[in-house]
Write a new protein. Structure first.
Length: 169
């Protein structure tokens, strides 16, 4: 294990930290604007309701965690309950690593700990237009020991590349 893996910490986003999450979510939106085409609102922010985001991440079945590297905030991830056909799954829904920490193994380590560290079936939904995210997930699927990686299609969500994952037993 290289040195970066020893310094990655995952910490639940606690009530009272929603304002920080809202600020990082703006960076997440900015980072995606190149492929999403999302425009800024007149107030200089992307169209994200801070109160809605806060209630969403603390809703039943949802998890929201900070990603820290060497004690510094490096990103976040959010998971939520979902259904793939009739199969209940947990969706790894929003995942953001600050540019300073990319290409250092941080994202792969987060996926290893979160997805491989549970027995449930996961859904990863990646916007097809997000070439960097699609490339990352292809690499993660190839490098990590998932028991099963299954493409899944939902005609109602053509903008997403959907993948069901079963962790190794």
């Amino acid at each position: 294990m290289d040195a970066i893996h020893k310094t990655v910490a995952l910490r639940a986003i606690a009530p009272g930290e929603e304002e920080t999450l809202a600020r990082l979510f703006q960076l997440y939106c900015y980072d995606n604007a190149g492929w999403s085409g999302e425009a800024l609102l007149a107030d200089g922010r992307y169209d994200v309701c801070d109160a809605g985001l806060a209630s969403y991440v603390h809703a039943a079945g949802h998890t929201a965690h900070w990603i820290e590297v060497d004690g510094e905030l490096a990103g976040f991830y959010i998971t939520e309950p979902a259904i793939a056909g009739q199969l209940p799954v947990q969706e790894f829904s929003d995942f953001f690593i600050l540019k300073k920490y990319r290409r250092r193994g941080v994202a792969l380590e987060v996926v290893r700990r979160v997805l491989l560290g549970s027995a449930q079936t996961w859904l990863v939904a990646t916007f097809r237009a997000d070439a960097a995210a699609c490339a990352f997930w292809r690499q993660a699927f190839a490098r990590l020991p998932f028991a099963q990686v299954t493409p899944w299609e939902d005609p109602a969500l053509p903008q997403f590349q959907l993948t069901l994952l079963k962790p190794a037993a």
